[in-house]
Design a protein around this ligand. Structure first.
Ligand code: PGA
Length: 204
């Protein structure tokens, strides 16, 4: 299987025009782009950064798995550390979201820092994201990352996320044994993101 590259744009860019520009520049890389909800439909992107756990009802401001599925979304990032930290998401809430996504035919990408956060789940994509490496420009040590990958042996697809750039991208696949990458900051630069996709494509 070719490594999976997921772009987490977070709350960027600030306009639909810029989102279109960035999307058009990187779409040939065949990666999973996760823009903010408001751009999903215009871009026809295949990934979302979150979703709610019910499919409809009185839940002001929320977006349901069914709505995402209807737009053609395939993958949903869940439990990102920024949502746990700023929005108070708990493992219980995230569990409900995973269940709802699976029921809607979406593929959840569960972000975790510790294996304990996932013991109930099988057959989902995991993203190992050490918080100290997220958005800091200080990628996690490759040997420690390799140990973490080994400890998650029950999961066929585990991504690494945290300060991934074009220089370290292939090491997380080749040396640490991950099946793909979750890229934040560097996914906002078309040039860097394309370099990351190329670096990973050259991994045999
Ligand atoms: P980063 O973010 O690449 O900016 O460290 C990764 C993430 O939060 O998914």
């Amino acid at each position: 299987m070719k490594p999976l590259i997921v772009a987490n744009w977070k709350m960027n860019p600030a306009s639909l025009a810029d989102a279109k520009k960035l999307f058009n520049a990187v779409k040939s890389t065949r990666t999973i782009i996760c823009p903010p909800f408001v751009y999903l439909s215009a871009l026809k992107a295949s990934g979302s950064q979150d979703c709610f756990w019910e499919n409809s009802g009185a839940f002001t401001g929320e977006v349901s798995p069914k709505m995402l599925k209807d737009l053609g979304v395939e993958y949903v990032i869940l439990g990102h550390s920024e949502r746990r930290r700023y929005l108070g998401e708990t493992n219980e809430m995230i569990d409900k979201k995973i269940k709802a996504c699976l029921a809607a035919g979406l593929k959840p990408i569960l972000c975790v820092e510790k294996p304990e956060q996932i013991k109930k789940w099988q057959d989902i994509i995991i993203a190992f994201e050490p918080v100290l490496a997220i958005g800091t420009g200080e990628p996690f040590d490759i040997q420690k990352a390799k140990k973490m990958r080994e400890s998650l042996f029950g999961f066929p697809v585990v991504l690494y996320g945290g300060s991934v750039d074009s220089k370290n991208a292939s090491d997380y696949i080749k040396k640490a044994g991950f099946q793909g990458l979750l890229v934040g900051t560097e996914s906002l630069s078309a040039k860097e993101f394309i370099k990351i996709a190329k670096a990973v494509d050259s991994v045999d």
